[in-house]
Structure formats: C-alpha cells, structure tokens
Design a protein around this ligand. Structure first.
Ligand SMILES: NC(=O)NCCC(=O)O
Length: 383
C-alpha cells in the first residue's frame, strides 16, 4: 500500500473547489469540530521534534443543572525509531524517549488523558511467528519498566496514561497478553484490560503469542471521566464496544496496529459507528510506517516470503456521539491529536436518539443464549 498520500483531508482540501468543500466536509465528517488554538510553544515543539500536531474541540449544549464536563484527550501515533534488529533494550529506550517528547507537548496542550498505540514499546513483530527476540519485549503490567516510566509521566503531568503493551503475567505462569495498562494521574496503576479479540487474518499471526483477554470489559473511573480500552481487532466487534458502553464508558480508546491493504477503508467507519451506536466518544489510534524484519516470513496464504507486514497508515482520529469526527492525523508522520470534548454530549445525544432505551437487550440476550448452545437451530422460516 502506497504511503505517498499524506492524508485524505489534505487531498480534499487541495482538489475540492472551496465553494463546495464545506458541504463535502459536513457530509463526510458531520458538524465540524472546532480547531483548537494550541499554545505556540506546543506548535513550535511539534515542528522541532518532527511530529504533526492537530487540535479540535467538540461542543455540547449548555445545561441548567450540570456544569460542562470538559476533558482533553491526546492520541499519539508513531513510527518505530530504530530498526527491528537493534538490541531490544535500545529499541524500548528509543520508543520511551520519543513518546516522552510527544507527551511533553501534550502536557503543554493541557491534555488530561493520553493514549499510545497498540504494543507501543515494540515493533508489531507478531507477523514473524518467531518467539525471540520479540517475547523479550513483554513486561509486567504492574511492575515493568514501561509502567514505571508511564507512572512518572502521569505524576509529572497530572495526566492519565493509557499504555498498551505486550504483557508478561508471571503470576500465571509467565503467560503473554496484549494488554493496556491504565495509570491514574496520581501515578498509581488504576488497572489493566486485555485484548478480547485476537486476529487470524493475513499476517496478523498474534495467536502464536497470546490468547483472548480474560478480563471482560472494565471501565476505569478517572478524575476526568470514565474510560475504556478496546484494543485493535475488537473494533470489528460491535458487541465488544457495546459492553464497554454498558459498563458506563464515556470515552473508548482503540489503540491499533493495522495496514492499508487490509483495513484502511474500514478504519474511518468502525470507531465512528461505535461512537454513534453507544452514545460515547471513541479514539482510534494507528501506528505509522513500514517495519522490516531480517528473516522473511509467510502466513500460509500462497504469498511469497516477505520481510514486512505492510504499511501502517496512521490516520488516528476522534469521533463524537453525534457522529461528527475530527480529521485524521497524517498517514505518514508521527503525530499528536488533541481533542477537547464536553462529556455532557454523551447523555444529550442519548436523550435525542435513545439507542440505550430502544436497544432490545433482553431479546438479544435470550436469543444469543440459545445461539451458543450445541443444539441450536437458526430461526429461519421457510415456505
Ligand atoms: N492489531 C490487530 O489486531 N490488527 C488486526 C488487523 C485489523 O484489525 O485491522
């Protein structure tokens, strides 16, 4: 998949006549998110450190009995700074350094909750099916060096940090998991959540390393709002989003690693649809660039052995419960997307559309309970 197209929005801005651009954007993106006036120091730091910085705000109506519930989230997308055959410790250190400099800018922008991309401390090497050195990137969610690093960031910047890592759970036999650690702005580990759906598509050979998550759909009550983390492949599963929402999530992060050839046309739809269907905000984050591996690999699909998984197209964005969304970050560059949201919008949209009230959960629950039985017969009526 070609990397040349920097972003869909830039392409539209360049080619759609100005007189029609507003209407085109309204149809594509809904009511337009207002551009945030970000501090000059942040803008120049972004330029100096070579990452894109964008900021948008979503509005809600003023209410009489509730004050606005404003929160700023930061989404970070990035390339891996070092080649995949560099020493493991050096790769982790380089990623920590890169993220630290972007988080510094997020702090200047007043971000309250920041989320990194899926398995952010490593290349997305699961395509190779090799165990070493990739399993060496796994760390304890509670005690690992990355969690300690994030705790420092959280405390320093009074910021909740969502840190998706490859977890090694030594309490349960050293098993591996695809996990997001949620660190409170106090610096303490609030908890962790695990990827519920493991892909078995193309070169996404993750099932070689870890199993489906076993922690359900936890929602984390933070000082800034109730957040949940639906890791990558979970975004294809509407019921996965639903369960976080049922548990009260106001913002659902979707840290991902996905490639153009496979999913780029689905990307703008899935997290956005989840925001609409569940009356909440969703934050889709994807990594950037192509990651090369020394040893060629295949995935039993007839393709010649190859050295990379494909092109990670970035394009991170935030969607609101009213169906509007921010433009995406670029397809080609590291970036920080800052989104300011009034969480009151969740209930306002819920009161308008009533999906929670019109959803027939009791009927679905009953029918699903039957559908998973071995003696299930589908309800098909024939002539
Ligand atoms: N990381 C991951 O689960 N990727 C699978 C591909 C996709 O969901 O687009």
């Amino acid at each position: 998949m070609a990397a040349e197209l920097r972003s869909l929005e830039r392409c539209l801005e360049r080619h759609v006549p100005l007189a029609e651009l507003r209407e085109v954007k309204r149809i594509l993106y809904g009511s337009s998110a207002r551009e945030l006036n970000l501090p000059a120091a942040a803008v120049s730091a972004g330029r100096e450190k070579d990452f894109e910085l964008q900021g948008y705000g979503f509005e809600a109506a003023v209410e009489q009995l509730r004050t606005p519930h404003i929160v700023r989230v930061g989404l970070i997308q990035n390339k891996i700074p070092l080649p995949t055959d560099s020493p493991v410790a050096e790769q982790v250190a380089a990623l920590h350094k890169r993220i630290e400099e972007i988080v510094e800018v997020a702090a200047i922008c007043g971000v309250n909750v920041v989320c990194f991309q899926e398995a952010w401390t490593m290349p997305f090497a699961f395509c190779t099916r090799e165990k070493l050195p990739w399993t060496e990137f796994a760390e304890s969610a509670e005690e690992g060096q990355t969690t300690k690093f994030c705790q420092k960031l959280a405390k320093k910047h009074n910021m909740v940090v969502v840190s998706p890592i490859l977890e090694r759970d030594d309490v349960h036999g050293g098993t591996l998991w695809n996990t997001a650690v949620v660190i409170s702005n106090s610096g303490s580990v609030l908890g962790k959540t695990r990827k519920n759906h493991i892909p078995r598509v193309g070169d996404f050979n993750e099932s070689t390393y870890y199993m489906e998550g076993n922690r359900g759909h936890p929602v984390f009550q933070t000082q800034f709002g109730r957040i949940a983390v639906n890791i990558c492949f979970g975004r294809h599963h509407p019921l996965n989003w639903l369960m976080y929402s049922i548990n009260g999530a106001e913002i659902i992060f979707n840290p991902s690693a996905t490639i153009g050839e496979l999913s780029e046309s689905m990307w703008p739809i899935e997290a956005r649809n989840a925001a609409i269907a569940n009356h909440c905000f969703t934050c889709a984050i994807n990594r950037v660039g192509t990651e090369h591996y020394m040893n060629a690999f295949t995935s039993g699909d007839g393709r010649k052995a190859h050295h990379d998984l494909g092109y990670f197209y970035g394009s991170s964005y935030v969607a609101a419960p009213d169906g509007s969304r921010t433009p995406g970050l670029s397809r080609t560059q590291d970036g920080l997307l800052v989104a300011e949201m009034d969480l009151n919008l969740c209930r306002q949209v819920s009161d308008k559309w009533n999906f929670k009230m019109t959803g027939r959960y009791e009927m679905y629950a009953e029918e699903l309970a039957k559908a998973i039985q071995p003696d299930f017969t589908p309800n098909i009526i024939r002539e």
